[in-house]
Design a protein around this ligand. Structure first.
Ligand SMILES: Nc1ncnc2c1ncn2[C@@H]1O[C@H](COP(=O)(O)OP(=O)(O)OP(=O)(O)O)[C@@H](O)[C@H]1O
Length: 230
């Protein structure tokens, strides 16, 4: 298959089977091709169990495919060792899940700074930028709060700020608006929609038509295959 020049993440012929033990397995992906271009916003939709989260986990280097190829900036990454994949995750990817998963003993600001510490790339203006990221999603006034001192929606906004701390090449978002009130969901969608112009591509698994409507491309999964793109 011809490779696109500006592709950030490329999946080619990706299969994924989960082993349930005793010889049983579930086939989650059946030969998926997906290309995410630089600064592109891709929404992934489809019924429950169709393989959306598995696709996101493989494209985000959180899971290895059973077969097929995964490339980041043109380089094969499915066969890299765990350390190299972890380093790439820290430097090139941001992640957003339907739960905030903040570090409970760190304040909101410290949570946003954490990816910089983990990537070993901290600079003196990080705190200013972290505060600006919190400001963009309307929670800068909570910078000193611990996660348990914030509402679930506030924690999710802190998690979005944290996902952007390393200026990722790609943000992998799994149901980023699930269980959020309308205002918070709208705020999250607006922030995601601005990322492409900042050079960050977005892959968002979603059931939310408001979010899908803002994407450059909608990929629909059915039974482990990409059904259609629109
Ligand atoms: N860790 C796992 N072990 C075994 N089977 C799994 C595992 N994760 C997912 N599966 C199975 O793989 C298939 C695809 O699951 P996946 O979570 O990717 O679907 P999805 O489209 O994201 O679903 P949903 O919209 O319900 O979150 C399903 O049949 C699921 O039961």
């Amino acid at each position: 298959m011809a490779r696109e020049e500006n592709a950030v993440v490329e999946l080619t012929g990706v299969h994924k089977a989960y082993d349930l033990g005793e010889g049983r397995r579930v086939v989650a992906l059946r030969g998926v091709d997906l290309t995410v271009g630089e600064g592109e916003f891709v929404a992934v939709t489809g019924p429950s169990g169709s393989g959306k989260s598995t696709l996101l986990a493989i494209a985000g280097l959180l899971t290895r495919p059973s077969a097929g190829e995964v490339r980041v900036d043109g380089q094969r990454v499915d066969e890299l060792d765990d350390d190299a994949r972890a380093s790439l995750r820290n430097h090139a990817f941001g992640y957003l899940f339907p739960f905030a998963a903040l570090w409970p003993s760190l304040t909101a600001l410290e949570n946003v700074l954490l990816p910089r510490v983990l990537a070993g790339t901290r600079t003196t203006d990080d705190a200013t930028r972290a505060l600006a990221l919190l400001e963009e999603v309307g929670v800068a006034h909570l910078a000193d709060r611990l996660p348990h001192q914030m509402s679930a929606g506030e924690q999710r906004r802190v998690a979005l700020a944290r996902a952007l701390a390393n200026r990722p090449r790609v943000l992998m978002a799994d149901e980023p608006t699930a269980n959020l009130d309308t205002d918070t969901a709208e705020r999250v969608i607006e922030r995601l929609a601005r990322l492409p112009e900042e050079g960050t591509a977005v892959v968002a698994v979603t059931h939310d038509p408001h979010l899908a409507a803002r994407a450059d491309r909608v990929v629909r999964m059915v039974a482990g295959c990409v059904e259609a793109e629109g």
